[in-house]
Design a protein around this ligand. Structure first.
Ligand SMILES: C[S@@+](CC[C@H](N)C(=O)[O-])C[C@H]1O[C@@H](n2cnc3c(N)ncnc32)[C@H](O)[C@@H]1O
Length: 511
């Protein structure tokens, strides 16, 4: 085994052409015994050709690999069966592998054949499942998921109306610290005739109910949440032996089926994800198998599934939610490009909302990057002028492109490659003209900033110069720096999770 692995690692480093033109012919010429010693080559060929651009060569490799399924050596056949899914698999290999399951006397070989079919199975395998009473060495639900994915990978339907919504609890999840802002957004939207009513704020999510039939597109008009999950229910005592059956019932429930049937175009497939980091692969398999028995239309499949079923485990109960994997996010259609340190979009939307609205806003982001805070602010309306500055020319180009793509009618944009301290040279930033400074500045984490404290001292100085009376400064403050100028009064401070680390979001008003 170690020798097989060593050979595999050595050969894996070779190019596709070297493998095919030098190593494969040697393998083909070798004696039966020697070929068994060289199975590492089969594995290396599978891996290297899984990503190769040499498509003509790959077609030859596929033929060779299928030929190995007839090899007299069980070990060679087994390695070929492991490699075939990496190359894509086809009906011919599926049929051959099925016949190995029927004829092989070796359990290990049958198991490997089953594992390969779980990845490449199609109609042939389904026929075999239908005609077979005895246990087969593969999971029927995986085979069905595989076939379903091939036939219609499925995507989330944003415009389909869910008409039976009465007891539905919808969890809007956001970054910790921003729940109150998200709850305000829901309340504001409801006051303006929106279809969602705030039920409660729980941990780092906000629970809403629908008041009328609704589409996901309508839910995605709210901008401050990150993901949405439909509550499927909870399982008490998640460590108990009954928990698996309880989870399976929720996954296979009428509610899951109703949501999936309304909101999916294509197969109803879900990935099962547990909160926390512990590897729960075995448990996931058991739950998926049990859920398939409850409802065979709903299929567990981690590959490109349009849904995720998220299990949030607490000591006394596990909460189960069905989350549509909405991609691309329609709220970010304007984001053609992003800097590497780009803001998390819902945080930018929360900052824009926290800043509130004044008449004829002139808004400046001194560190605009790709412009998310500016654009999210303008989407809220009543904005006359956006101004962005950034040291990086390419960042400014991104902001310009994103701003154009956002098609913000009546909003002027002026974007400059400049250190924010040089604001005096920018006509739109004349003293006392700016009503809002909004920014996610460099935090000194991914890119070192020489004098981070100094940068924030300067930001406060600049803000007190350019802001008009009543103007606001809202930003993420990673350091303990306060304004020297007492005309900037802090009105908000909240610790926010910026993706694994906490920072203070602060707002100051120029009095
Ligand atoms: C965290 S990123 C901003 C991300 C932006 N909000 C977005 O969503 O893309 C910080 C930006 O500050 C810029 N920057 C750093 N120091 C600066 C300075 N002194 N003046 C202007 N921009 C600066 C960097 O080039 C970087 O693009």
């Amino acid at each position: 085994m170690k020798a097989d692995n060593d050979l595999y690692r050595k050969l894996r480093a070779l190019s596709a052409t070297q493998l095919w033109q030098e190593e494969v012919p040697k393998f083909n010429r070798a004696s039966d015994v020697d070929r068994q010693r060289q199975v590492g080559l089969i594995r290396a060929v599978g891996v290297v050709f899984s990503t190769t651009q040499h498509l003509a060569l790959k077609a030859e490799v596929v033929v060779w690999m299928k030929g190995l399924l007839n090899d007299p050596s069980e070990k060679v056949r087994r390695y070929a069966m492991a490699a075939i899914p990496k190359l894509g698999g086809d009906v011919e290999s599926e049929k051959k592998i099925l016949s190995i399951i029927q004829t092989s006397q070796v359990d290990r070989e049958k198991r490997k054949a089953g594992a390969a079919l779980e990845k490449i199975a199609g109609e042939e395998t389904l026929k075999a499942v239908a005609g077979k009473k005895d246990a087969l060495p593969f999971s029927e639900h995986k085979v069905r998921a595989n076939v379903a994915r091939r036939d219609g990978p499925g995507k989330i339907r944003m415009d389909s109306i869910l008409d039976r919504y009465d007891t539905l609890r919808i969890s809007l999840r956001c970054r910790r610290g921003l729940e109150a802002t998200l709850a305000e957004e829901v309340k504001d939207a409801e006051a303006k005739g929106g279809k969602f009513r705030l039920l409660e704020v729980r941990g780092s999510h906000v629970v809403v109910a629908a008041k009328a039939p609704f589409t996901l597109a309508e839910l995605y008009q709210l901008r401050c949440f990150d993901t949405v999950g439909f509550g499927l229910g909870r399982v008490r005592d998640p460590q108990s032996s009954d928990a698996i059956a309880g989870l399976a019932q929720l996954i296979g429930s009428e509610l899951t089926e109703r949501l999936m049937s309304h909101y999916t175009d294509g197969s109803w497939r879900y990935r099962l994800a547990f909160s926390g980091s512990k590897n729960r692969d075995e448990e996931v398999q058991e739950i998926a198998k049990a859920a398939f028995k409850v409802n065979a239309k709903i299929l567990n499949d981690p590959i490109e599934a349009p849904w995720s079923i998220d299990v949030f485990v607490a000591p006394t109960a596990a909460i189960v939610e069905l989350r549509p994997k909405v991609s691309p996010d329609p709220r970010l259609a304007y984001r053609l490009n992003a800097v590497s340190a780009a803001s998390h979009p819902p945080i930018a939307a929360c900052m824009a909302r926290l800043a509130g609205r004044q008449d004829n806003e002139v808004i400046w982001d001194p560190f605009c990057g790709s412009g998310l805070e500016l654009i999210e602010s303008a989407i809220l309306g009543d904005v006359k002028q956006l101004v962005g500055t950034d040291l990086s020319e390419s960042a400014v180009a991104m902001t310009k492109a994103n701003f154009a793509a956002a098609k913000l009618a009546g909003v002027k944009g002026a974007f400059y490659t400049s250190d924010f301290r040089n604001f005096n040279a920018i006509p739109e930033l004349a003293r006392g003209k700016v009503s809002l400074i909004i920014s996610n500045p460099p935090l000194g984490r991914r890119v070192r900033v020489p004098n981070l404290h100094g940068l924030f001292e300067d930001l406060f100085k600049v803000a007190s110069e350019v802001l008009r009376p009543g103007g606001r400064l809202i930003f993420v403050n990673p350091v303990r720096v306060e304004p020297q100028d007492k005309s900037l009064r802090r009105t908000y401070r909240q610790e926010v999770d910026l993706g694994g680390y906490d920072c203070k979001m602060e707002m100051y008003v120029k009095i």
